[in-house]
Design a protein. Sequence first.
Length: 155
Amino acid sequence: MNEDRQSFVPDGFDVPRTLACDGFRLEPLGAEHNARDLAAWSGSIAHIRATPGFEGRAWPPPEGMSAEANLADLERHARDFAERRGFTYSVLEGTDEVIGCLYVYPAKEDPRRVHVSSWVRADRARLDARVHGAVSAWLREAWPFDPALVDYAPR
């Protein structure tokens, strides 16, 4: 994250609030997703840890976490979104079922680069490549990032 708390995107950029696709949609992650988000990832820990972009990372924790700790994490992501320092979206199916998550943040090693990662629940694994393809196109078409600076593990 940018330590000087500057915006990750240009001041005049209107951050997309949603992406609607065949089989899923995105909306900003927030406290209202807590129970559904916790159930989604805690039931798919091994699957997520094997997802491209998550191998070797500390999240999700193998032991899970409490609803309170998950809520604090979601609130942090919502603050980042509001302050334009990083953008996390719930991947939803139907009207409100959380089936995954998308993260768009500056790379820790080089804040000029864009680190993107996403996961879907194990029981929705068939959607992983579709989410990746749709998000990749969305980032090229609707976001102000240089595609050469976007790091999003291929599927």
